[in-house]
Design a protein around this ligand. Structure first.
Ligand code: ZN
Length: 185
């Protein structure tokens, strides 16, 4: 459960810590603003994609289902800075499919937490395996990390790519190649 009062206190301390005047006009509402923002961007901590992925449709015979270019915004747990980019999700149905918006919803549930990109990728794949029970899943995320581009090595636009496979995609390299072809790589 998000404790907004704690966040307000912490942000005030943080501002003092960097040497700011917490009373000045531009900052006086910042702790409260951040508390409200955190409630939104970390809402996924109390959510699961179970409901979204439980509304399925029966299909007789279906090949690979791919949804590409799902835009996501998440927060790096090492620096509390954003990383954002696109998720590409493929699965091979085993008798049932979900509405395409539910894949985006699944990404959002896990993105709205403190994250590591590798972990976010794995959680999306595992959720699909658990709730949808397809024959296989492949998830690729490409993202820009503000902790890399606004500080440290400063490489604007540098993309971090993470990839994971489950089931049929792990065993069958032709399927992996089809994935790359379908997302245009
Ligand atoms: Zn970071």
């Amino acid at each position: 459960m998000i404790d907004k009062e704690k966040i307000r206190q912490a942000v005030t301390l943080l501002l003092e810590g960097i040497g700011e005047d917490v009373e000045r006009e531009g900052l006086c509402e910042t702790p409260d603003r951040i508390a409200r923002m955190y409630e939104e961007i970390f809402a996924g901590l109390e959510q699961t994609p179970k409901e979204a992925l439980s509304k399925t449709f029966v299909v007789e015979e279906a090949g690979m289902v791919l949804q590409k270019d799902i835009v996501f915004y998440s927060t790096c747990e090492h620096h509390l800075l954003p990383f954002y980019g696109k998720a590409h999700i493929a699965y091979i149905p085993d008798g049932k499919v979900v509405g395409l918006s539910k894949l985006a919803r699944t990404v959002e549930v896990y993105a709205r937490r403190l994250q590591l990109q590798e972990q976010l990728t794995a959680q999306i794949a595992d959720a699909l395996m658990e709730y949808l029970r397809p024959k296989g899943v492949m998830v690729m995320l490409e993202a820009e990390h503000m902790c890399m581009t606004m500080r440290g090595v400063k490489k604007p636009g540098a993309q971090t790519v993470t990839l994971t496979t489950r089931g049929a995609f792990s065993e069958n390299h032709d399927l992996q190649e089809e994935f790359w072809r379908m997302i245009g790589r």
